[in-house]
Design a protein. Structure first.
Length: 234
């Protein structure tokens, strides 16, 4: 289920872990990491605290598992929408992904707040930072695979390597999550416009899409190209 579990998973244990993760989301989101207690999480899940330690090494491991499980679930959905199919144009795939993202961000799940809290904690804890960095690198790797397929299907010479696009795309997603906590969500068409050009940009654009460097000149929330000489330096 996730990399933080202590022992191989069985069907019965999977149910226990799922119940603990669901309870942990609720308690961590309501109280934050510091004030949340394993006793309360175990009680809400219907188990003793021993069940927590039978599956996770510590409260930190449980917290990390919660974020990993939820973020993987959302990433699976997003990448599934962006996978190319012979009879499904990339414009439609990206449009569908943008619509789902905006819907999700308008009513952000608790995991978004928890993920942001995890980022802050990792900045103060080198050990946790390494774990979070590994998770981020894995997510970027999965994004890069999709970006590469889209680049190959789009033809022309990519403006940057798939890993560069993927890492920048992941940064955009984290930024949107932060803004969603403030109630700021982009319009679906505008987000689709930016993502499409972001994923398929070429040094020479046969279809009139904006070159990658021009994305810095795009007003993200209005979809208009503003007058600027700024470029993206990678």
């Amino acid at each position: 289920m996730n990399s933080t579990l202590r022992f191989p998973i069985t069907r019965r244990r999977r149910r226990t872990v799922e119940a603990l993760l669901d309870a942990a989301v609720t308690v961590f989101a309501r109280k934050g990491y510091e004030r949340a207690s394993l006793d309360e999480i175990a009680d809400l899940a219907g188990f003793s605290k021993g069940a927590v330690y039978s599956n996770f090494d510590s409260k930190e491991d449980l917290f990390l598992a919660v974020v990993e499980e939820r973020s993987s679930r959302y990433l699976d959905t997003l990448l599934g929408m962006m996978q190319l199919a012979p009879d499904f144009a990339i414009e439609q795939s990206v449009g569908q992904a943008a619509s789902w993202l905006c819907t999700t961000l308008r009513e952000p799940d608790d995991w978004i707040m928890l993920d942001l809290e995890l980022q802050l904690r990792s900045g103060r804890d080198s050990g946790l930072r390494q774990k979070v960095r590994r998770r981020f690198d894995e997510q970027v790797g999965r994004l890069a695979e999709v970006v590469q397929k889209n680049q190959e299907a789009g033809g022309g010479e990519p403006a940057a390597a798939p890993e560069v696009f993927a890492r920048s795309f992941a940064t955009i997603l984290y930024g949107m999550a932060c803004q969603a906590c403030l109630g700021i969500v982009p319009d679906e068409k505008e987000l689709s416009f930016v993502l499409l050009n972001f994923l398929l940009s070429r040094e020479h654009e046969p279809s009139g899409r904006i070159p990658f460097g021009k994305l810095a000149e795009t007003n993200f929330f209005s979809g208009e190209i503003v007058s600027s000489r700024a470029g993206i330096v990678l």
